[in-house]
Write a new protein. Sequence first.
Length: 439
Amino acid sequence: MGLMQPRQTHDSSQRLKVAIAGFDVEGKANYKYLSQRPDAEITIIDQKDVEVPAGVSKLTGPKVFEDELDFDEIWRTPGLAPGKLKTSGQITSGTIEFFRQCPAKIIGVTGTKGKGTTASLIARILETSGQRVHLVGNIGRPALESLPSIQPNDLVVFELSSFQLWDLKQSPHIAVVVMVEPDHLDVHKDMDDYLNAKSNIVRWQSAEDAAVFLSGNELSAQVANSGLGRKLPVPDTATAQISQGVLSVQGQDICPAEEFGLLGEHNHANVLAAAIASWQFSQNAEAMAEAIRGFKGLPHRLQLIASKNGVDFVDDSISTTPTSAIAALRAFEGPKSIILGGSDKGSEFDELATELASQQQVKAVLIGQTAPKIKRALDRAGYEDYEMVSGGMMEIVRTAVASLGGNGTVLLSPACASFDMFDDYQDRADKFRQAVQGL
């Protein structure tokens, strides 16, 4: 990873006008970092009326980003598109600063689905192998918070969303691109804009770097081919594969797939990507096998939270795309009720509807803003076993249970974002868990 030169420091007599655009988790990490710079005169800008540290200026209001902002630097939060900021100054971010200043090698992981799982598994494998690892990004700590503790011989695993990659001008030493599909089209201008942002994970790589990608996912391959790094497709006999039920990496057997801690065949691709990425730094097969067996996945990702009267309740609230809901449906045998719907990110549901129509003994409970859109897709696919519910989570769960007749699985795998009814996907999961406990 060819590092850019660190930003020039300013004489403390020259005050630098710095704005933090968006005072969320990352915005607060940006403030903590910038407040240590004696030359920075900080203003916090947010569309909401946020509470800011004592003595710090703020600009707020729903139209605050419509006018030109007179600052030397604007540090944007990931979800705020660079193109929405009008300024003659420099637009930057915590991600850009981290890549500039990080003394260790970075393994970056992106994708529409699976990036959090894959990044966490890479970190687990490397830690089990004896490496000192920092897991940062949406799945770990904000990157800048970890920066002071990172040593040159450490490794960083950075989960990178398209929002963080949007304006990045450096790429990680190892880039991992898992499943890519249409997403966030309510924020990105179009699919080209989304893919262009994702491609920054490899665009600035040198020939000494490497890009891991899913050979069976056309968009993953398209992103990975945007840079000069060595290409490491999976599955492949030269990288990592599952053959005759056994995971092998560059010809070395690791462990049987039936021993994977992660549920669902869709996770095989994530395991393969994690295995070959971590193999670039450690070829300890025993440690890799131990980590893969012990890693059970992330909270809210196909997580069994309760079994009551013959019914299993599975929290897959982190499922915010149709493909992840399809994977959830395929991960469980027997009768199922799946809770679908939420706020609209521009996804289409025809492929999900076709999957539902192809399965036996599965009912869909439709909720939220996208319920009518999903219903239309189900109607087109000829799938009729659905019910629309407008009440709260307890009514939703009771409706899902009622169709099972005392045997099967209730899946909260909504295929949509949560912001129409809940604070976020974690709040949605908490409400689901509370409703299950209250049955």
